[in-house]
Design a protein around this ligand. Structure first.
Ligand SMILES: [Fe+2]
Ligand SMILES: [Fe+2]
Length: 164
């Protein structure tokens, strides 16, 4: 990522990666109850572990880019305590809570082979996050595009590049 890239375009490109992972997650959650062999079930659980790895690392970096670089500057125009940024921060918190719970359930395998909580929590996470990124793209990012100056966009991008 270089600093000439628009920060909103960079965040949208993160969203594409998140959407691909959510798509895989949905597929694994559908399959988990119908796999018959232990081997296939272990594979599926390993794939879910990979997804929680992505959530802990890549999604967390994405959230921090929004929270530490975009939101403080955009907040000067549209407020932080109420309105869309406030709503997005609540959803980040809910997403972190759900993913922590999801990880706990997956780590319970194979001592616990009750997959219902994994499926339920996984689907709640999936619904929350796909709604979240749709809202950011349809509402918040459009506001950012309109409100932010070229210089502000540049400094947001520079800050985002520091978040790893
Ligand atoms: Fe977000
Ligand atoms: Fe986002």
């Amino acid at each position: 990522m270089d600093t000439s890239i628009d920060p909103i375009a960079a965040l949208k490109s993160d969203h594409e990666a998140v959407r691909a992972v959510l798509n895989n997650l949905g597929g694994y959650l559908k399959k988990i109850n119908s796999v018959l062999s232990d081997g296939l079930r272990n594979n599926l659980i390993n794939q879910l572990h990979e997804i929680t790895g992505f959530i802990d690392k890549d999604l967390e970096i994405h959230f921090r880019k929004e929270e530490e670089a975009l939101f403080p500057v955009l907040g000067n125009y549209i407020g932080l305590e109420t309105g869309p940024i406030h709503a997005m921060l609540i959803e980040h918190k809910q997403s972190r809570e759900l993913s922590a719970e999801f990880k706990l359930k997956i780590n319970g395998y194979p001592q616990s082979i009750d997959f219902k909580p994994i499926i339920d929590i996984g689907n709640s996470f999936l619904r929350l996050l796909s709604g979240h990124i749709d809202k950011e793209e349809n509402i918040l990012f459009n506001m950012a595009d309109i409100q932010l100056s070229k210089d502000e966009k540049h400094s947001i991008m520079v800050k985002m590049l520091d978040i790893k």
